[in-house]
Design a protein around this ligand. Structure first.
Ligand SMILES: [Zn+2]
Length: 575
């Protein structure tokens, strides 16, 4: 059984979940979607298998493999990963873009909203998530391997995205949700509400690719898309809050799609940090604060604004934004990253097949017909393939909510990426920001939370070390070298002097508190009370009915980390 706070064991299992659901009859093409409520659960091919899923999975696999324990079976790529990588590369085509394949299941989605006029005989490149996922995958692959084929494919993709972008005095934009083999059918913005942010999805990997490669056109692309979207977006009210549109059927377009919004603010933040543009950082920080009000302080965020079910992709975006804000703007933001990470992110990863099967048996059965007579679906081993995966659409107290139960693999990739981020950015040379058990060449940390407030620290360097304490904790006690002394926290951190080879323990309080939570919209509200110990949400009332979350053991043993052999990858910034 995996220790609930063991990031390395979770990373190992996540790698398994990312390669487990593929189609042997289609060269290992992934199934992006699954229906949990058929008996047995059924996975379906769809357009997001192509480009979005394949790219995100390669990105996440590259990251998690680099932090597993030495000797782990997940340290090296497997057959599944090679097939996914082949798909990511195979889909690259005309103009360097990633294209949808000519299969009935991969036809464009949302054609009434996202296209000027739909001709199924054309060819289609989904211009937002597919390009984003693929550039993300190419970037991490290039960072990890240095192989030129990933660099060149990334450069061609950036060139293509620049070439097909409509040039406007306010920047760059894509007028429709899909670019076609025959080109755009319109040249004006405003096809549907929210298109500016939705179609700027590639902003995040464009900046990451620029950082990894110094390829200046990637920054030009990011700048152009951000500038246009910031000017033309209708997604913000005059006070800076996120405007979700007028509601279903009233022309909200994609304005209420929360991952679109969190991905965009993350991209603007990253662009501001990369270019030193304080107005962008300031805007992103404000939007981050506004976005947080749609979720909870333990890291649950909705799939759509006002929903009772969430999406892991949004949790990851906001963990990454909190880490960047903590690293570059104000260390106080690390508290958000820790609460989001040690609670809803890891709590919604499936660790046990029996527990997942028990939950599925409690879900009401869905007897609706299989799409396309089952020609693009499978029921073989779907549940087992998702051990290590993340509950895509959890609610506050349950991995499932009947409002929407379908599985989305984007969330598996996002969840795995966030596990890596927590490990990678828990510490820098001078400080420990997140109190997980981790090990780097400079520092080994054994965390006893949530059993007690205790960190066992072994430093391999001499100098100052600041350690972030749980919110509201003002004192810590250091035990080491036969001495005991107390420390007063400054700015939320205890400041120590460490010596190479020395071991010491830091002890601090884990204050207990309860908090009330309410999400949804009138008539569709979910209300809970959460019970905290320090920054760990220990339990929640009432309990969920299918896959109850937050029954956390009061006294788990500490996790012993091991120094990974993988080369650290800068998944967020230049650090
Ligand atoms: Zn997702």
């Amino acid at each position: 059984m995996i220790h609930p706070f063991d990031l390395q064991a979770r990373a190992e299992l996540a790698a398994q979940g990312l390669t487990g659901l593929r189609d042997a009859g289609r060269q290992g093409l992934m199934y992006f979607l699954a229906n949990w409520r058929t008996r047995p659960p059924r996975a379906d091919h769809c357009l997001w298998d192509c480009g979005d899923g394949s790219g995100r999975h390669l990105d996440a696999l590259t990251l998690v493999r680099s932090i597993v324990r030495p000797g782990s079976s997940a340290a090296m790529p497997d057959e599944g990963e090679r097939e996914l990588e082949a798909w990511m590369m195979r889909l690259l085509g005309k103009d360097g873009l990633t294209w949808l394949i000519d299969e009935p299941f991969a036809h464009p989605w949302g054609v009434e909203m996202l296209l000027e006029s739909y001709d199924p005989k054309d060819t289609f490149a989904e211009i937002n998530w597919a390009q984003r996922g693929t550039l993300l995958g190419l970037t991490s692959r290039f960072q990890a391997t240095g192989e030129e084929r990933f660099l060149h494919a990334g450069q061609r993709l950036v060139d293509g995205l620049l070439a097909v972008a409509v040039k406007h005095p306010d920047g760059l934009f894509y007028p429709e949700g899909y670019y076609r083999g025959s080109g755009w059918r319109r040249q004006q913005p405003g096809l549907y509400p929210g298109i500016e942010e939705y179609n700027a999805a590639v902003l995040v990997p464009a900046i990451r690719f620029y950082r990894a490669s110094d390829y200046a056109p990637a920054l030009e692309l990011a700048e152009g898309l951000a500038r246009f979207a910031l000017r033309h977006s209708r997604g913000y009210l005059p006070d800076g809050s996120l405007y979700p549109g007028e509601g279903a059927g009233k022309g909200q377009g994609t304005l209420d799609h929360f991952h679109t919004r969190t991905n965009f603010l993350l991209g603007v933040l990253d662009l501001g940090l990369e270019t030193g543009r304080r107005e962008l950082i300031s805007w992103a920080r404000q939007s981050y604060e506004r976005a947080k009000t749609w979720g909870t302080d333990f890291g649950w965020f909705p799939e759509g604004m006002g929903h009772r079910h969430g999406e892991t992709c949004c949790t990851t975006d906001l963990i990454e934004a909190a880490l960047l804000l903590g690293r570059h703007v104000d260390r106080a933001y690390f508290a958000d990253a820790e609460r989001f990470g040690r609670n809803h992110l890891i709590e919604t990863q499936y660790l046990s097949l029996s527990r997942l099967e028990a939950a599925l048996s409690r879900l009401p059965e869905d007897n609706s017909p299989t799409p396309r007579e089952g020609r693009y679906s499978t029921t073989a081993g779907v549940t087992a393939s998702q051990v290590g995966a993340f509950a895509a659409r959890s609610t506050l107290n349950d991995a499932f909510h009947l409002d929407v139960t379908a599985m989305m693999q984007c969330c598996n990739a996002a969840g795995a990426r966030a596990l890596y981020d927590l490990w990678r950015y828990a510490t820098d040379e001078q400080a420990l920001h997140l109190r997980f058990s981790i090990e780097t060449p400079a520092l080994r940390v054994v965390s006893h939370e949530p059993a007690r407030g205790q960190l066992d620290l072994t430093s391999r360097r001499t100098g100052p070390l600041a350690v972030r304490l749980p919110g509201g904790v003002a004192y810590a006690v250091v035990v080491g070298g036969g001495q005991v002394h107390s420390l007063e926290a400054r700015g939320g951190y205890a400041h120590l002097e460490v010596h190479a080879g020395e071991q010491l323990s830091l002890h601090y309080a884990l204050p207990e508190r309860s908090a009330h939570y309410e999400v949804g919209t009138p008539g569709k509200v979910l209300a809970c009370t959460g019970h905290w110990r320090g920054e760990t949400l220990m339990s929640i009332d009432p309990q969920g009915e299918f896959y109850p979350l937050y029954n956390r053991a009061a006294d788990p043993p500490p996790v012993e980390p091991a120094l990974p052999l993988g080369i650290p990858i800068a998944s967020l910034d230049r650090g």
